[in-house]
Design a protein around this ligand. Structure first.
Ligand SMILES: NC(=O)c1ccc[n+]([C@@H]2O[C@H](COP(=O)([O-])OP(=O)(O)OC[C@H]3O[C@@H](n4cnc5c(N)ncnc54)[C@H](O)[C@@H]3O)[C@@H](O)[C@H]2O)c1
Length: 291
């Protein structure tokens, strides 16, 4: 299927990155959020990130201008009715996502493919609440989207081959690499990554190491480019907790229980970089560990 117009729902850290790479690849983007502030911030961040690519000679100024011209924003979900593909990247909460799909589907054309960028929620279950489970799948970008090469493509039990091939063609047009994952909790990347981050938080909780010693150990001892606590702040601690809960509920194994310290940070509203405080405090010139 020929995809030209793409609706992106949620203008947060993932939604704005997805709009950025798709617009650069030539798609017309309609970016939606419930908050005008999120839309304004999202568009400003896209412009800033495109400018950085121009200054590094990765793209031309003309590419940047053309990409920005291809992105429109809207607070009205029904406006996305005119799109060929929808990528939902709203908050990682199942009730939020199902409400979005319910509100959106009466306005959609019959050929429109619906996808979710969820990090962990069952694609089959999300699909079953829509009018088009065969045209529904997981389209999972990595953060930061303009930098990360991988996209996980997740088929629900009913996803048809044409839908899968259309999404694969989009990934190829973006110049990214697709990995196909089966629809089980947290798919591949987060099934492996999140228990590692959760274990790092247990290591902190049990006093085995400080924030700095844990991050330094994994950077210099395991050659990870970022420490697990730094990475958790980058992903968002609310998102990390949501993914651990999905693993715990979906696989019913106590090895996936979220660390109580992770829950405490989320309850405090210390969600990482997006709120300026998590395992590090980002309000000064340099990040300072909070434990
Ligand atoms: N953060 C990551 O590293 C990462 C990586 C891959 C996938 N994801 C997934 O991407 C999705 C978004 O995550 P994020 O990190 O961008 O979150 P975020 O908190 O930065 O942004 C979420 C955005 O969704 C908007 N939103 C909430 N309800 C909405 C609604 N009903 N309609 C439209 N917009 C709505 C919010 O206003 C906010 O701007 C989640 O499903 C998450 O699991 C996140």
């Amino acid at each position: 299927m020929d995809i030209q117009k793409v609706g992106v729902i949620g203008a947060g850290q993932m939604g704005n990155g997805i709009a950025h790479v798709l617009a650069l690849a030539g798609y017309d983007i309609l970016l939606n959020d419930i908050s005008q502030d999120a839309l304004d911030k999202g568009k400003t961040l896209i412009a800033k990130n495109l400018e950085r690519q121009v200054s590094r000679d990765k793209i031309s100024a003309a590419d940047m201008d053309a990409a920005l011209d291809r992105i429109s924003t809207t607070l009205k979900l029904p406006d996305l009715g005119a799109t060929d593909l929808v990528i939902e990247a709203a908050t990682e909460r199942e009730t939020v996502k199902t409400a979005i799909f319910e509100d959106l589907q009466p306005h959609l054309q019959s050929h429109t493919i619906l996808t979710s960028n969820t990090s962990s929620i069952s694609i089959t279950r999300l699909a079953s609440r829509t009018d088009r489970p065969e045209k529904f799948m997981g389209f999972h970008f990595m953060n930061p989207v303009p930098v990360m090469q991988l996209v996980e493509l997740i088929r629900g039990i009913a996803t048809d081959e044409e839908t899968f091939k259309s999404c694969l063609a989009v990934v190829e047009k973006l110049g990214k690499t697709a990995a196909t994952a089966e629809d089980f909790p947290a798919f591949i990347v987060n099934r492996i990554l999140m228990p590692m981050i959760n274990e790092a938080i247990y290591t902190l909780y049990e006093g085995v190491g400080s924030v700095r010693s844990i991050d330094t150990s994994m950077k210099l001892g395991a050659n990870h480019p970022m420490g697990p606590l730094e990475l958790a702040d980058f992903i968002g601690l609310d998102t990390c907790l949501a993914i651990m809960n999905v693993l715990h509920d979906g696989l019913a194994d106590t090895k996936y229980r979220p660390c109580p310290l992770l829950t405490k940070y989320v309850e405090a509203g210390w969600l990482g970089r997006k709120t300026d405080r998590g395992f590090y405090d980002y309000r000064g010139d340099e990040p300072v560990p909070t434990r």
